[in-house]
Design a protein around this ligand. Structure first.
Ligand SMILES: C[S@@+](CC[C@H](N)C(=O)[O-])C[C@H]1O[C@@H](n2cnc3c(N)ncnc32)[C@H](O)[C@@H]1O
Length: 248
């Protein structure tokens, strides 16, 4: 009998990341790959080391709001809850945000393995040792083996030019998706922007759920995901009971 592959599905919600995550059942997500607009992005923006919006053709917004460091604790609490036991979290950020994010994530139960370096191959703008890399923090909930133990901790991929502000290259995220999920599993990005994590997921037969505060981002991501063969509608099913207090 010939088995047909199900059409990869997606669902994107217009909402605040943490508020949306609160509506996701516990344990429903197999992998989170996310790229919050962390506070120090504003510094990179001021010195021109990250995408300036005026160069973007993909959005009419002035620039998106930042996600303050003071909200990382509630974000990690929800990410830990929605992730299935034995799963991974990848978080894009810079060295300043890494110092804030790692202890907060660990306090919520994640194991921090290491920063993966995204090498953008060519230098960017700036002054002191011009920027060429960004970190992708690699966390684990429980224990999940990577699918390919030969993948290095430096991933080389060119920046996206003229895309959505701070758009991440889908092929870069494909490496993470392939290493941390199986086909059919659910990948989540609660700050989905132009939907690069979704594109990476759908290209490899995974499902995608995400959220963003910007209606421009939602429209762009929805179109990209449709263009990549995605069909709207993902049913999220809780797979873990919240820990119950022991009855004595
Ligand atoms: C760094 S960008 C993500 C870019 C994305 N990785 C891509 O490849 O296109 C951050 C996104 O978070 C969104 N955002 C900002 N604050 C948010 C919040 N509180 N909840 C959800 N989304 C938010 C912004 O609108 C923006 O699209």
């Amino acid at each position: 009998m010939i088995k047909t592959q199900p059409t990869p599905a997606f669902a994107i919600t217009h909402a605040d990341a943490v508020q949306w995550l609160r509506s996701v059942p516990s344990g429903a997500i197999d992998l989170v790959v996310t790229d919050p607009p962390y506070e120090s992005l504003e510094k990179h923006r001021a010195t021109g080391t990250t995408t300036r919006l005026k160069q973007s053709k993909a959005s009419s917004n002035a620039w998106f709001d930042i996600f303050p460091n003071s909200r990382f604790d509630e974000l990690f609490a929800e990410l830990f809850r929605v992730l299935h036991n034995d799963s991974h979290l990848y978080l894009f950020c810079d060295h300043e945000t890494m110092r804030v994010a790692v202890p907060l994530a660990e306090a919520r139960g994640f194991k921090f393995w290491k920063p993966i370096v995204w090498d953008k191959i060519a230098i960017g703008m700036g002054y002191h040792y011009r920027c060429r890399y960004e970190f992708i923090l690699f966390f684990e909930k429980g224990k999940r083996k990577l699918n390919d133990l030969s993948v290095p901790d430096v991933l080389c991929e060119k920046r996206v030019h003229n895309g959505y502000p701070t758009e991440k290259p889908a092929p870069l995220i494909e490496v993470l998706v392939n290493n941390s999920t199986e086909p059919g599993e659910i990948v989540c990005d609660p700050f989905c922007g132009s939907g690069s994590a979704g594109v990476a997921a759908l290209r490899h037969g995974r499902q995608f759920v995400g959220a963003d505060l910007s209606t421009d981002a939602i429209a762009l991501a929805t179109q990209r995901l449709r263009d990549n063969g995605g069909q709207e509608g993902v049913k999220l099913v809780g797979r873990e009971m919240p820990q119950l207090a022991l009855l004595v």
